[in-house]
Design a protein. Structure first.
Lengths: 197, 197
DNA sequence: AACATTCTTGACTGATCGTTTAGATATGGC
DNA sequence: GCCATATCTAAACGATCAGTCAAGAATGTT
């Protein structure tokens, strides 16, 4: 019926996400986006609405595709405390490379106060994270690998807390603190175990 | 010799800090500052230099006077694990009121990539924090209250990690996660003790 | 091939950004 | 009281901001 769009929307969304991820909302101008995405100003507005809307869509995309992705693999295999430990170790290692930190964490600290939608989106992910960890730990406990007095949902909350702390220290370049903190975390996980791992 | 300044510099610095704290660097304009501080645009530049400089000074002031202040009291008394636990509990309670989160954390996530000075300032505080905790724990251990196999500097790093995670979850309004996470943290601290507390 | 429709383009909007200037005003030493 | 010096005020700087517009180019249907 009419002319079709000559760029891939999702490809451009990813580019926009990268830029917001690196620079934050306020520090990223529409002109920056136009340059980085390689599409015209008007096409950008036409495809994604205004800046706020684009940002939210980027955040959603990030939450669904980038953040904590490895957690899913943790869920599918019959994982235990050893796998949780390995996940945390990988997570910390990742922070050394991810110099831009975490898009979601940036979003929480920069935008949650003036954009209710951003806050809710992030809370949704926190919930998902806790649920996932709780599931793993419950399975663990059912198999007799976790001490019975341990409360899975509490330990799960504790782990979410760790992830957030790790990302802040990672962005701050505090790798030694991270390693030392992880050593303690590791020790703690071992105290939860009903059998050595 | 000449006319003297007719406002209190430090008072204005605190006002500026409040505004940056609430809104971040990029979202706070000079006009915002002029309005909130109640001094003229030029006077602001005359007293504090440009925006970047003012921000750095605000961060310094925050780090010296606001962030983690209660930690000092922890150091002076002969504190033990129970006091550390209480400190963490107070810290969490504070996050419920501090809806603007932590200036330093905002600074790390927003500005550390493009302002080396901001990053270094924050790293200096991380170091101070770890040192303080290490000191308390070492004293603790010397008095025989802490199990001898525990490494004070590692646990200190672990605690710094907790503080950062707490602040993120606090800003995100995740109070239930915080409470559950703290319960676990509490339990862990008790396992470190050579005597019940 | 002609049409309606949609995308693309680049110039443009008024507003706001951080920063600076020139002139008025107030202060302290003589 | 006078002058040197510093602070203050208001206006303005060029640059950039987010967002829009009208005209041209490309497409699918008929």
């Amino acid at each position: 019926m009419a002319r079709s769009c000559n760029f891939d929307r999702q490809e451009k969304l990813i580019l926009a996400m990268e830029l917001f991820w690196q620079q934050g909302f306020a520090e990223t101008s529409i002109s920056d986006l136009v340059g980085h995405l390689g599409i015209n100003r008007f096409s950008l507005y036409n495809s994604f609405g205004d800046k706020q809307n684009l940002y939210r869509e980027c955040l959603s995309f990030y939450l669904d595709n980038y953040s904590f992705g490895a957690l899913d693999t943790l869920l599918h295999e019959k994982a235990g405390l050893a796998e949780i430990e390995a996940y945390l170790a990988r997570f910390i290692a990742l922070q050394r490379e991810q110099k831009y930190g975490c898009f979601m964490q940036n979003a929480v600290l920069e935008k949650s106060l003036d954009d209710e939608g951003v806050l809710q989106e992030c809370q949704r992910l926190f919930c998902r994270l806790q649920t996932s960890f709780t599931q793993v730990l419950q399975d663990c406990q059912a198999r007799g690998e976790l001490l019975i007095h341990v409360q899975p949902h509490q330990v799960a909350a504790f782990l979410v807390l760790q992830l957030q702390g790790i990302r802040v220290l990672g962005k701050a370049g505090e790798y030694e603190l991270l390693d030392n903190g992880f050593a303690v975390l590791q020790g703690y996980l071992h105290t939860l175990s009903a059998k050595a791992f």
